[in-house]
Design a binder for this molecule. Structure first.
Ligand SMILES: Cc1cc2nc3c(=O)[nH]c(=O)nc-3n(C[C@H](O)[C@H](O)[C@H](O)COP(=O)(O)O)c2cc1C
Length: 230
């Protein structure tokens, strides 16, 4: 099975080590290939807000050379892990930039049908507070792309380095992450036959009504027609 990991920072710190435990757990359960994307290196450009992706097509994004390979990876994998440290009580700027660049493939625009059967996992670490909000930001992005299920893990590590985390806390995190990794594996195995979520169905139906009302020639409407959704 294939899992894409999107890192919101390049540091091999607490967030990275949390992901590492999930990776190790998955590898013990079966044959896994991990495709790792380091946003600060692989997608360093902010969204310019030009609307090209939404109004003309994602191929017109000024950063298409960096965005397209990431989207291609996401479409091909079974699972997607988004991992970010908490900066200023939310995700890192790099993770937010990734979310902004992929809005064109949210359900209100041109969702990728492959996303409807994927399993997500969001992971964040903070010194003291903010993982709930950071996880919500990442979770919502996956929800609006149509991802079938998303698990989440957040930890207040009270440290700036993995090595400095209190021993008892680290052991507890390692145990919780290993158990989450097993759950994540079970969902990955069952993903195709799992029921669609009510949230996805509801948003999809609402968007279908909205997009059907657009004028012919609208990029989103033509896309939905080409998929046989209208
Ligand atoms: C710029 C910056 C902003 C931060 N903002 C917060 C914050 O709002 N709340 C918090 O609890 N920790 C905050 N932290 C601490 C980190 O979230 C925390 O140490 C995290 O575990 C670092 O992850 P890493 O080891 O993967 O880099 C911040 C750290 C940095 C560098």
């Amino acid at each position: 099975m294939k899992v894409a990991i999107i890192y919101g920072n390049c540091r091999k710190g607490s967030t990275y080590n949390c992901v590492k435990i999930v990776k190790e757990t998955l590898s013990k359960q079966g044959d896994f290939e991990f495709q790792e994307i380091w946003l600060q290196k692989d997608l360093p450009d902010h969204c310019l807000g030009c609307f090209n992706c939404i109004l003309k097509g994602e191929e017109y994004c000024p950063h298409v050379e960096k965005v397209a390979p990431i989207v291609d990876t996401l479409v091909k994998v079974d699972g997607i892990i988004l991992a970010s440290p908490v900066y200023g009580l939310d995700v890192s700027g790099a993770m937010k930039t990734f979310i902004d660049h992929l809005c064109f493939m949210w359900m209100p625009h041109r969702p990728k049908e492959e996303m409807f059967s994927k399993i997500g996992l969001v992971i964040s670490t903070a010194a003291g507070t903010g993982t709930k909000r950071a996880n919500k930001s990442m979770n919502l992005a996956l929800d609006y792309m149509g991802v079938k299920r998303t698990y989440s893990f957040g930890a207040n590590v009270a440290a700036s380095k993995w090595e400095d985390i209190n021993h008892k806390k680290r052991v507890r995190m390692e145990r919780d992450l290993a158990s989450l990794g097993k759950k994540y594996h079970t969902s990955l195995v069952k993903r195709v036959n799992m029921k669609d979520r009510l949230f996805t169905k509801g948003v999809f139906i609402m968007m279908k009504k909205m997009i059907a009302g657009y004028e012919d020639g609208n990029v989103d409407k033509e896309y939905w027609k080409s998929k046989g959704w209208l």
